[in-house]
Design a protein around this ligand. Structure first.
Ligand SMILES: [Ca+2]
Ligand SMILES: [Ca+2]
Length: 224
């Protein structure tokens, strides 16, 4: 390696100390202790995607100051953890990362990308990214029985339980709450509600998934 530097207007005794070159400290240590550098266009992975979209994974670059040999690979995993396939049929596990790939986002959740660059001293740099395929499907609620339409004053009503299903069931929650005739809001405990006022109680079964998609079923119970 050869380069020249020229300074102007310098007077007196001066010296130039070169300490660092492309993140590689210049020391008397002869071994290569610095991991390779990876350059990825991160913008390519930003934002939320819709199911069925195609994602372009641009070609990335890895370099190492002291090493012309860098093994540079990419692995892409679908939300279920399996290795993703590019549209051209390539199984994206440990493939060359300096190539562009296109994948079809056919499942909800996070596709994880892992870049790994290793130099010949076996020093590895890893970068992880994710492509987020937003869930836009609200959960479904199935009531396990029938919500009564009337109750007596001072009765404790046991509401039927409910089953929630969703395309991404992990993280789904179900709330069962009720609004008394005077507007007081309460959450049921073990599906039980106490009817202490005359009038119409409004019962709400509300299911929400991890992405905030919500389904609400509303029932009225007349208390007298
Ligand atoms: Ca190195
Ligand atoms: Ca959902």
């Amino acid at each position: 390696m050869k380069f020249s530097v020229r300074f102007e207007g310098v007077t007196g005794a001066s010296a130039v100390l070169l300490k660092n070159l492309c993140r590689q400290p210049l020391t008397s240590v002869s071994r290569d202790a610095i991991r390779p550098n990876i350059i990825v266009d991160e913008e390519a992975f930003s934002g939320e995607r819709a199911i069925g979209d195609k994602a372009v994974i641009p070609a990335a670059v890895a370099y190492d100051v002291l090493d012309t040999y860098v093994e540079f690979t990419l692995s892409v995993y679908a939300p279920d953890g399996s290795a993703a396939k590019a549209d051209d049929g390539t199984l994206l596990e440990g493939v060359a990362a300096d190539k562009e790939y296109v994948i079809s986002l056919t499942s909800y959740g996070y596709f994880s990308l892992r870049y790994e660059a290793t130099d010949s001293s076996n020093r590895t740099q890893t970068l992880n990214y994710a492509i987020n395929v937003a869930d836009d499907v609200p959960p479904q609620i199935e009531i396990d029985g029938t919500v009564p339409s009337s109750a007596r004053l001072d009765q404790t009503v046991t509401l039927p339980s409910a089953t929630v299903t969703d395309n991404m069931p992990a993280g789904c929650v179900l709330y069962v709450c009720y609004v008394a005739p005077d507007g007081t809001y309460s959450e049921t405990v073990d599906f039980q509600m106490r009817c202490t006022q005359e009038g119409v109680y409004r019962v709400k079964y509300m299911a929400m998934d991890d992405y905030g998609n919500t389904t609400v079923l509303v029932y009225d119970i007349e208390v007298n």
